[in-house]
Design a protein around this ligand. Structure first.
Ligand SMILES: C[S@@+](CC[C@H](N)C(=O)[O-])C[C@H]1O[C@@H](n2cnc3c(N)ncnc32)[C@H](O)[C@@H]1O
Length: 386
């Protein structure tokens, strides 16, 4: 069995070499928007080891973190998508990759007319620890014995708190292309927790990675070539989605799934998928007499809080859920029913979100409501209700 540390060392060595010279076996063909590639130097483009393009899901003005940024291609494309008001941070642990990315950043900045990309050194499963800061400090007081070894541990903890590489709740979108699979199994839960930590409330992760259609046997995981080649560290497709769910994400969906596997090894298919997942459903629940109606097309849906809703029926929801459903990725699936008389948030009572209940129209309109009206012609398009 390869130890976790040595798995990471093997990955670092392989990508250090891949930063200096293109390694064909490490890439999975991706179609990027050629418009964005024009300003990116060839050495960056040719040392492309990605398996998807998360940059196509970004928007103007967003702050983006790219995990395992390599030579910086995704960052340089994203820089153009988010524009001068946006910001891109690439994180990688391999010096040789960072060297290529940092050397090319001013060239891209000059060509696009603004500089909004920076590269930082860190491990993506420990996004609080700035490895360059740690390096600086350790050079001043190197580890020489057990006491200084323990001291280094304390120093790392202090740096995480006082000078985090990536601060909590600071990023709009976390992206990544073909990197999460390279993190050893023991650290994978922490990796998903870290993605969650750095995102602001309402932020999202858009991650392209290689997944498997069956569990990968341990001996395959112990093959250094298959591990560092983005194969045997892959989670199963199901496990990949569950990892986001376990970290507290909601609204998780598959944005893209390659029908054809990238590679098949011993009968196991390895393919690229792109997943989107949101942060921000946590919070208190208040009763403001709001309701939502699931529009279909399925007979019923089950949301991330365990609410099972049948098509076409008005369900009582708390203010938090109501507002969550008004945004992506849910908005198009629901109709929204506001109460006739608004309940101000400051006066709203707690709502028990563990139950699923229908909202009777009398609750929406008020128990005393007994109005009779003429036909409402404003509902008719051009005078015809058909
Ligand atoms: C397959 S390459 C992908 C590079 C880039 N995303 C692209 O699309 O070309 C993997 C990259 O992730 C980096 N990497 C792997 N494991 C890492 C970790 N635990 N923390 C930080 N970087 C890591 C490697 O140094 C390498 O640059």
């Amino acid at each position: 069995m390869i130890e976790a540390q040595s798995k990471e060392r093997i990955v670092r060595q392989r990508y250090a070499a891949g930063a200096k010279e293109r390694a064909d076996k490490l890439c999975c063909p991706v179609n990027y928007d050629s418009e964005y590639l024009k300003v990116i130097p060839p050495e960056v483009i040719e040392r492309d080891y990605g398996c998807g393009d998360p940059s196509r899901y970004l928007r103007e003005g967003e702050t983006v973190l790219d995990l395992g940024s390599g030579t910086g291609k995704i960052c340089f494309i994203a820089a153009q998508v988010v524009g001068p008001t946006g910001k891109i941070i690439g994180v990688d642990m391999t010096d040789e990759m960072l060297e290529v990315a940092r050397r090319n950043a001013p060239i891209v900045a000059e060509r696009i007319g603004y500089a909004n990309v920076e590269f930082r050194k860190g491990r993506i499963q420990d996004l609080a620890l700035d490895l360059e800061l740690l390096d600086e400090q350790l050079q001043q007081s190197p580890i020489a014995d057990a006491a200084s070894f323990l001291g280094a541990d304390e120093l790392a903890e202090e740096l995480r708190c006082k000078h985090p590489l990536i601060a909590s709740d600071s990023v709009d979108v976390v992206v990544s292309s073909c990197v999460l699979n390279l993190v050893e199994p023991k650290s994978k839960p922490q990796l998903f927790d870290e993605i969650f930590r750095v995102l602001r409330k309402g932020g999202r992760a858009v991650i392209c990675d290689i997944v498997s259609d069956e569990e990968v046997a341990e001996e395959m995981q112990d093959d250094p070539e298959l591990w560092s080649g983005c194969i045997s560290g892959a989670l199963t497709e199901e496990g990949f989605l569950a990892a986001f769910e376990n970290a507290g994400f909601y609204g998780i969906q598959i944005l893209k799934r390659d029908a054809q596997p990238w590679r098949t090894v011993q009968g196991i298919e390895f393919r690229s998928v792109t997943i989107e997942a949101f942060k921000g459903k946590q919070g208190d629940c208040f009763e403001r007499n709001q309701a939502v109606i699931y529009r279909g097309p399925f007979k019923e849906v089950l949301d991330d809080d365990g609410h099972r809703m049948q098509r076409g029926k008005p369900y009582a929801v708390c203010d938090r859920t109501y507002n969550l459903y008004k945004k992506a990725p849910y908005r198009e699936f629901f109709e929204f029913v506001d109460p006739l008389v608004d309940v101000p948030l400051a006066e709203a009572k707690p709502f028990d979100c563990s139950r699923t209940a229908l909202r009777h129209p009398k609750e929406t309109k008020g128990q005393e409501y007994d109005a009779t009206t003429e036909a409402n012609n404003t509902c008719c398009d051009g005078g015809s209700c058909g």
